[in-house]
Write a protein that binds this ligand. Structure first.
Ligand SMILES: [Zn+2]
Length: 106
């Protein structure tokens, strides 16, 4: 998957920014979503896979917030990993113009 410059969730446009350090108190974070500032922060210097998985996690928080789903942190963790693996295992789902080469519409 690609990590874009921003992610649109309904009418919010979350800007994606990298940070050398990310903390919540004493806890080190891989990522953080800031609802009011409309920012998703990703920690620099970790693997691309970790950044992608973290982005999936933070996007789910964004969806949860926007659509008032009421997910618990544990659910976001599990769904985030599940969504990330689904995207990785099925890249053609999100590929533009994939139907020209694909076979589902024939
Ligand atoms: Zn979380």
């Amino acid at each position: 998957m690609n990590i874009p410059k921003s992610v649109k969730i309904l009418y919010k446009n979350y800007k994606i920014e990298r940070r050398e350090e990310l903390h919540d108190g004493a806890e080190e974070l891989y990522g953080q979503i800031q609802y009011l500032e409309e920012k998703i922060l990703l920690r620099e210097g970790v693997s691309v896979e970790q950044q992608e998985a973290t982005l999936c996690h933070e996007m789910l928080h964004g969806l949860d917030d926007m659509y008032s789903i009421g997910l618990k942190e544990k659910q976001v963790e599990k769904l985030g990993n599940a969504l990330y693996m689904l995207i990785r295992d099925n890249p053609e789902i999100f590929r533009q113009g994939g139907e020209k080469h694909g076979n589902i519409n024939h």
